[in-house]
Ligand binder design. Structure first.
Ligand SMILES: Nc1nc2c(ncn2[C@@H]2O[C@H](COP(=O)(O)OP(=O)(O)OP(=O)(O)O)[C@@H](O)[C@H]2O)c(=O)[nH]1
Length: 301
């Protein structure tokens, strides 16, 4: 039953004024047993987000649902079905593409009621785009190394775990490369810590630009980086690492006559192997590369 029918006027007017201040809208959504939906009641400034005149939505809700992102649409239709069938609250969020071309995130919470003519939901939609953007900013911050802008250790290990689980499930090749700057202490000592930082930043960007999109580069810590190479067997990882090593040794990092070189240890994941064992094997190959004179790639163990 629409709100206007049950509320006295003196209560209704403040409610409407209040709703106009909401970053969203209050609504009733009706669904007939045959599946036709319409919005008998819509109030609040957020109505304009739906991009369709409320009078038209009063006859046909599908005009609003058509604005949903193509991945959200089937999900929401299924949620509405479920909520009607089990009389459970309808809740979640979806993305709306507005006419101005910005995506907005809308949160919905609605309670279904069985009525003679089908199901009637009473609910609220709120524009939560700012909160979602803030969550995304914090997520990025917690995943990013602040000096180089690469994935940090936490994110890198998380990605490695995901790739290991894919590799275990589908027996797909996966390689890990650990890359460490040679004699970096000497660079800091000779040119200062700030220059050392510049070298780390430039090296990170230089390597990233040489990689494919599927390859994942992160900073493990200090002057140590790691490359996760999905769908890459040891031989191919070795070719890539060798190419990187040569390019880095030839690159001008603006250190007057100083050159930058790197050592790398490679390990290809073995089905069933856990992350720590894989890291240990790559690390021990890196140690061998350092021990054998640096500026080289080792993939043997
Ligand atoms: N500028 C700068 N230096 C860092 C950073 N993190 C670690 N370092 C320095 O990296 C150096 C690492 O030194 P070592 O572990 O002795 O290694 P190395 O001198 O590269 O020698 P090898 O790895 O054996 O070739 C130390 O001087 C650290 O202070 C950083 O974020 N910025």
């Amino acid at each position: 039953m629409p709100v206007d029918d049950v509320m006295p006027d003196h209560t209704l007017q403040p409610l409407k004024t209040l709703a106009e201040q909401l970053p969203g809208l209050l609504f009733q959504l009706h669904r007939s047993p045959g599946g036709h939906m319409h919005f008998p009641y819509l109030v609040g400034s957020g109505r304009r987000l739906l991009g369709v005149a409320p009078e038209r939505l009063a006859g046909d809700a599908s005009l609003a649902f058509e604005q949903l992102d193509e991945t959200d649409y089937p999900r929401w239709m299924a949620s509405i079905e479920r909520s009607a069938r089990w009389q459970t609250p309808l809740m979640g969020k979806f993305r709306l593409s507005t006419r101005e071309g910005h995506d907005r995130w809308i949160a919905v919470r609605a309670q279904p009621e069985e009525v003679e003519s089908g199901t009637l939901w009473h609910g609220i939609m709120l524009d939560i785009s700012e909160q979602v953007a803030e969550e995304e900013r914090l997520r990025l911050l917690s995943d990013t190394d602040s000096l180089t802008g690469l994935a940090n250790r936490r994110k890198l290990l998380q990605r490695l775990d995901e790739e290991i689980s894919l590799s275990n499930r589908h027996a797909l090749p996966l390689s890990l490369v650990i890359l460490d700057l040679d004699h970096f202490k000497h660079i800091n000592d000779s040119w200062g810590h700030l220059k050392g930082d510049d070298v780390l930043i430039n090296l990170a960007h230089y390597i990233r630009d040489l990689l494919r999109r599927e390859d994942f580069l992160g900073r493990l810590g200090g002057e140590e980086f790691a490359l996760v190479l999905p769908l890459t067997a040891r031989g191919n990882a070795e070719n890539l690492a060798e190419r990187l090593r040569e390019r880095i040794a030839a690159h001008d990092f603006a250190l007057e006559d100083g050159k930058i070189t790197v050592s790398m240890g490679i390990a290809e994941h073995r089905v069933g192997e856990d992350r720590n064992r894989l890291l240990e094997r790559a690390d021990s190959n890196l140690y061998a590369a350092k021990h054998q004179g640096r500026n080289q790639v080792v993939a043997s163990r």
